[in-house]
Design a protein around this ligand. Structure first.
Ligand code: FMN
Length: 324
């Protein structure tokens, strides 16, 4: 399949694995890139420029295909060493960066100078237009279904994607709720040039996370995610568990008085507990509604091959048959 996204990133299939804290390690990114998609290492999981350089080198040893690095700009009292992380990416020779969380404008001159393509993750048409205006090469349009931070507008992809297509000139991928060939074909039909998957890629053999996480995703239905931190205007979609339910109870009781410190126990330091140790009740970790569409734990290659084969059948048999 050839789209503006496959052309821009030099990949075989229009499928991207979005940056995921404690999941987007070299093993994950290399598996996706080796299967013809675009794998992405999550920069902030590595914390320091030195560790990120080592992770990129590990990935380079596992694949000769293009892969990217995610840089998430978070509000933080002590921000990570963003200049150091950006310089590390430039020095490593990586040519694709996925930015998220905040306007990446400050970093674009250095990235562009190094001939790096930037795809910015946005949850609204207005942010997508802003990304286009400041010079991003592509955007990843993340609907309300998505795992992680869906923003505060709550527009689902059935409206958000065609709206993005109506407004944007640069290519975009559909993100949030993408699981299979139906997702890909629908996203292309709505004007996207490919799709970005997060949650679905966690339930693969190569995903470097505890088996309990994969089992939880297979067991979960589309009703099992919750929105947390909405009162702080930092909404996150997570898989429910006892830690999350206790967090939601605090949100209910404290109402507008809620502060980040009140819920720190349920949101801070949770990722290593869940992803590495398999403690599934530990607290809030991002997960999309798409968990309801995850029925198995294939290899990344099996997943991507299945998507591409079934997409071909949907387009050339089912839809062609209907249209005939
Ligand atoms: C466990 C997990 C961790 C994530 N961590 C990040 C992150 O650190 N930075 C980021 O930009 N997006 C992060 N995301 C969002 C994904 O990159 C992607 O946009 C999202 O998962 C798409 O929705 P889906 O889960 O429905 O496929 C995370 C998602 C998940 C499921």
């Amino acid at each position: 399949m050839k789209t503006r996204i496959t052309e821009m990133f030099g990949i075989q299939h229009p499928i991207i694995q979005g940056g995921m804290h404690y999941v987007g390690l070299a093993e994950m990114a290399a598996a996706v890139s080796n299967a013809g998609g675009l794998g992405i290492i999550t920069g902030l999981t590595q914390r320091t420029p030195e560790k990120l350089a080592a992770e990129i080198a590990r990935c380079q040893a596992m694949t000769d295909k293009p892969f990217g690095v995610n840089l998430t700009f978070l509000p933080a009292v002590t921000p990570p060493d963003y200049p150091g992380l950006v310089q590390t990416i430039i020095d490593s020779g990586v040519k694709i960066v996925e930015t998220a969380g905040n306007n990446p404008q400050k970093w674009l001159p250095a990235l562009k100078e190094a001939d790096i393509k930037v795809i910015h993750k946005c949850t609204s048409v207005r942010h997508s237009l802003k990304a286009q205006k400041i010079g991003c090469d592509a955007v990843s349009v993340d609907g309300f279904e998505c795992g992680g931070h869906p923003g505060e507008d709550d527009v689902t992809n059935f409206v958000l994607l065609p709206r993005a297509a109506d407004e944007l000139d640069i290519p975009f991928v559909a993100s949030g709720g993408q699981a299979d060939a139906r997702s890909l074909v629908a996203s292309l039909a709505m004007g996207a040039d490919g799709m970005n998957m997060g949650t679905r890629f966690i339930a693969t053999r190569e995903a470097p996370v505890h088996e309990n996480v994969k089992k939880a995703l297979v067991a979960a239905s589309e009703l099992d995610t919750r929105l947390v931190m909405r009162p702080l205007r930092n909404t996150e979609r997570v898989l429910t568990n006892s830690g999350v339910e206790s967090l939601l109870e605090k949100e209910k009781v404290l109402g507008d008085e809620l502060k980040f410190e009140d819920i720190i126990e349920e949101v801070s330091g949770v990722y290593p507990k869940v992803m590495t140790d398999g403690e599934m009740e530990a607290g809030a970790w991002s997960c999309g509604m798409v968990a309801g569409l995850i029925y198995d734990v294939p290899t990344v290659k099996e997943l991507i091959d299945r998507i591409m084969t079934e997409a071909d059948a949907i387009i050339n048999q089912r839809l062609a048959g209907i249209a005939a």
